[in-house]
Design a protein around this ligand. Structure first.
Ligand code: FMN
Length: 213
């Protein structure tokens, strides 16, 4: 086995190892409002859901290349809200294009040709073509240092493309969902084939206990 002792590694090496080890990661394509009212959009793969009550998701946001917090965290802090758009494979190229280091006053959504719709439970617009959208109010922003933060959102609504969720059972129609997952560096992957694996009753695993006379 190879052991990488994190106390002996540069931050960049730790980043590369973590990014490659924890895959596939979902991508939160976050829309926020910039100070001029334009729609800022940027992808973040240090992301997942962490609780259902309250319904919380968390995003790890690093620093801008030249230092300072990224626009997404500053916008979310100012507006008290942000929206997570989930991209499918068809949107992957545009999603990655919004990661370019645009100046804060340029709205990436318009710059890369993405249509937006008015938010339903938040004033933040969402990306019209995104198959799934999670509108959030800011629950907490935990700064790890001056310009790295954990952005926590409390989900106030899930908006989904027609046919993706069964309206009665709330179950996902898996073949209709083609999410894009981040691997590392410039590599991405589709979902792959789903299979079912029910949790067995523990008694079927341990078998009958042996008795001694
Ligand atoms: C697929 C993908 C995932 C990314 N994930 C993260 C992430 O988890 N955290 C982060 O700080 N930056 C991440 N980035 C980089 C940001 O998207 C990029 O810095 C962006 O310009 C930030 O925009 P903003 O300043 O408008 O917030 C990612 C980029 C890509 C292409």
């Amino acid at each position: 086995m190879a052991t990488f002792d994190f106390s002996q590694l540069e931050a960049r090496e730790r980043y590369k190892l973590l990014c490659a080890a924890v895959i596939p990661r979902p991508v939160a394509w976050i829309t926020t409002l910039n100070a001029e009212g334009g729609v800022n959009a940027a992808p973040f793969s240090f992301f997942n859901v962490f609780a259902d009550e309250p319904p919380l998701l968390i995003v790890g946001i690093g620093r801008r290349p030249e230092s300072g917090p990224k626009d997404t965290v500053l916008n979310a802090e100012r507006e008290g809200a942000f929206t997570v758009n989930l991209a499918d494979t068809a949107l992957a190229e545009k999603m990655v294009a919004t990661a370019a280091d645009f100046p804060p006053e340029i709205g990436e959504a318009e710059a890369v040709g993405l249509a937006v719709a008015d938010g339903v439970t938040q004033k933040i617009p969402y990306l019209k073509d995104a198959p799934v959208v999670l509108e959030c109010s800011v629950y907490e922003i935990r700064y790890l240092d001056v310009d790295r933060a954990l952005l926590m959102g409390k989900v106030s609504a899930l908006i989904a493309r027609d046919g993706l969720f069964d309206l009665d059972t709330r179950r996902l129609n898996v073949p209709h969902w083609d999410p894009v997952a981040r691997l590392f560096a410039t590599s991405y992957a589709p979902l792959g084939e789903a299979y079912s694996l029910p949790i067995p009753d523990w008694r079927t695993i341990t078998g009958p206990k042996e008795t001694s006379e």
